[in-house]
Design a protein around this ligand. Structure first.
Ligand SMILES: Nc1ncnc2c1ncn2[C@@H]1O[C@H](COP(=O)(O)OP(=O)(O)O)[C@@H](O)[C@H]1O
Ligand SMILES: [Mg+2]
Length: 364
């Protein structure tokens, strides 16, 4: 499958630039997920790849060949739309074969492709139904099927699960992961949902305001976020942030803030530390662990008043506050903490992220 490359890709609507100079390489047979908040430019980027939007500047290359001037039909690309865009008066079979019939494929070939894709997606019993007679999940599968019969090297999907209810979304997400194993294609998938991005993507592109914030594997983004935005976007409940001042005390690096004084891991790039010492610390809700009562030997502790306890089965999320900023802590529900408790938590130096307060870039 072709390698897809963006070189200095830009898009403007009138005087407003919405995609700013993006460079990116998506490797052969990779499942790439574009994720970011609504309006960050995910659909615009995908539609430029599909040929449904013109490119303002820069290039889109497939295996080194520029494709941005080609008509959509000539791009070796198929797309699944958010609203499925099925024809209501055609049955499933006709919907799936529409593009092939338009492109004047031989009847036998059309029938062979529709049958094999319908088989894979479990659509065989539904071939003669119209979209109005299908559930949301089935419609979604038909939209997928219509894209797959094209047999293109690259499949684009724009929020394909966002019209489904929560339970079905989780089920279809698993089906997508299974389908992915059966087809040999590049997939570019757009979603605003970081869980979908983490579970489906080989690599994730995090976008904000038309800029790429980071491109990497789910682990890379989760374990070594490039900046505060990525750190806060990937992971649920989101990472906690607290203001602190860095100081060196007898050889160790300390971060002091409201009600805490944490020892940090040695930072490799200490020369990137802001001269002012002003940083933001990032701590994931799962990295704060209740300290045992009476054990004063534990370092890096922080006592927090619990405002709310959200029970969620095996785990509960405690909500607290430091200087008006929300702090969430994920704990085993067996702890039986309740609102009104004051709990002492500890955190390992290796679990504390440090961000420059001005640039918001991570310092490792
Ligand atoms: N046809 C258009 N005309 C003008 N602005 C547009 C148009 N389409 C999208 N935009 C703007 O471009 C930005 C990116 O939009 P979009 O790619 O749809 O975001 P996303 O898919 O990430 O939610 C938004 O600010 C949006 O308002
Ligand atoms: Mg969109």
């Amino acid at each position: 499958m072709p390698v897809i490359t963006f070189k200095g890709l830009k898009k403007s609507y009138g005087p407003v630039e919405v995609i700013h100079d993006i460079d990116l390489v998506m490797e052969d047979n990779e499942f790439t997920v574009f994720v970011g908040p609504s309006g960050c430019g995910k659909s615009t980027t995908l539609r430029m790849v599909a040929g449904l939007e013109s490119v303002t500047a820069g290039q889109i290359l497939m295996d080194g060949k520029e494709i941005s001037h080609l008509e959509p039909i000539d791009r070796d690309i198929a797309m699944v739309f958010q609203d499925y865009a099925l024809y209501p008066h055609m049955n499933v079979e006709k919907n799936m074969s529409f593009g092939l019939r338009l492109a004047k494929y031989p009847k036998a070939e059309i029938s062979k492709r529709v049958n094999s894709v319908a088989d894979m997606l479990g659509l065989k019993p539904l071939l003669h139904r119209k979209p109005g007679q299908l559930s949301g999940g089935q419609r979604q599968r038909v939209a997928m099927g219509r894209a797959l019969v094209r047999d293109s090297s690259t499949l684009l999907m724009d929020e394909p699960l966002s019209n489904l209810d929560a339970k079905l979304r989780v089920q279809m997400r698993a089906e997508l992961a299974i389908m992915r194993e059966k087809i040999d294609k590049n997939i570019i998938y757009v979603t605003h949902d970081q869980v979908e991005a983490m579970t489906l993507g080989d690599r994730i592109v995090v976008m904000q305001d038309g800029y790429i914030q980071q491109h990497g594997t789910p682990q890379q983004l989760f374990e070594t976020p490039a900046n505060k935005f990525v750190a806060g976007f990937m992971g649920m409940p989101p990472m906690n942030f607290m203001d602190a001042m860095l100081v060196e005390e007898s050889g160790s690096l300390m971060a002091n803030g409201e009600g805490f004084s944490f020892q940090l891991n040695t930072l490799k790039n200490k020369h990137h530390l802001p001269a002012s010492g002003e940083v933001i610390l990032g701590i994931r809700p799962s990295a704060l662990t209740p300290a045992l009562a009476g054990d004063d030997s534990i370092e890096n502790t922080l006592t927090l008043p619990i405002k709310i306890c959200e029970y969620a089965g095996a785990l509960s999320v405690l909500i607290s506050e430091i200087k008006g900023s929300r702090v969430s802590i994920e704990v085993d529900s067996k702890n039986n903490f309740k609102a009104g408790d004051n709990i002492k938590f500890s955190v390992k130096p290796s679990d504390v992220y440090v961000f420059d307060r001005n640039t918001e870039l991570a310092i490792y």
